[in-house]
Design a protein around this ligand. Structure first.
Ligand code: HEC
Length: 201
């Protein structure tokens, strides 16, 4: 009797685990399908789903150009360790920017955050990119495609992704999560473009 009850519970647990796994799988497929559908429209390198959610573009390190990098002084959050911010954009967006001084509609900007590894090398004290700490993504939208969506506004889509997570953003509202810090760059369409040598003529 006890053993029947025990094995009954085991089976129930197995069914629950299977159901939970199936739900995760279905959710993953739904997210993939949404991005695949938007990919067909050709807007923004398939980075934007039909509902306006953003993802980190696949393979951006190999496919995009590196615009430049920031060495960021450590603070309490990083135990005083230096960080590196590396910024990327598609090559055709760079070509367009060099001609017109603006990023065209659909431009994807990625800022990859790295924890820095600082060591004494033959050049002196040097810091290189160690593990990834997260990703910021911006997508240029000149048409106000997703008005009312809190990830979109002021001419861009905005999202932050934690390290190892390229689809589910942690950003709830770009006005509170992003905009204040980008206001100083308002004159250059909210992008700190002066720091990216490849954009200079
Ligand atoms: C604490 C201030 C701060 C917040 C919050 C912030 N940013 Fe930034 N962001 C900056 C600064 C300053 C730079 C350039 C210097 C750097 O990276 O250290 C930058 C650079 C970027 C870049 C590279 C392109 C550029 O503008 O130079 C992207 C992409 C980006 N941010 C996206 C976002 C998104 C998306 C959010 C919200 C989810 C966000 N940022 C929130 C301050 C901030």
């Amino acid at each position: 009797m006890i053993s029947t009850e025990y094995s009954g519970r085991c089976v129930l647990r197995l069914i629950l685990v299977a159901a939970a796994s199936a739900m995760v799988l279905i959710l993953a497929i739904a997210v993939d399908t949404a991005f695949a559908q938007s990919n067909r429209s050709g807007f923004a390198d398939g980075v934007v789903a039909a509902d306006g959610s953003l993802r980190v573009p696949e393979g951006f390190r190999e496919r995009y150009l590196m615009l430049g990098a920031w060495a960021v002084a450590g603070d309490a959050d990083t135990d005083g360790k230096l960080g590196l911010h590396v910024v990327y954009a598609p090559g055709d967006a760079v070509t367009a920017y060099r001609k017109t001084g603006r990023f065209p509609d659909g431009t994807v900007l990625v800022k990859e955050l790295f924890n820095g590894k600082t060591e004494d090398l033959t050049t002196g004290q040097a810091t290189s990119a160690a593990d990834v700490a997260g990703y910021f993504v911006m997508v240029k939208d000149g048409e106000g495609r997703f008005s009312g969506n809190p990830l979109w506004g002021d001419g861009w889509g905005w999202s932050f992704f934690a390290a190892g997570e390229t689809k589910m953003t942690q950003t709830k509202d770009y006005v509170t999560d992003c905009l204040g810090c980008h206001e100083p760059a308002r004159a250059t369409d909210l992008v700190y473009d002066y720091a990216y040598p490849v954009l200079r003529k």
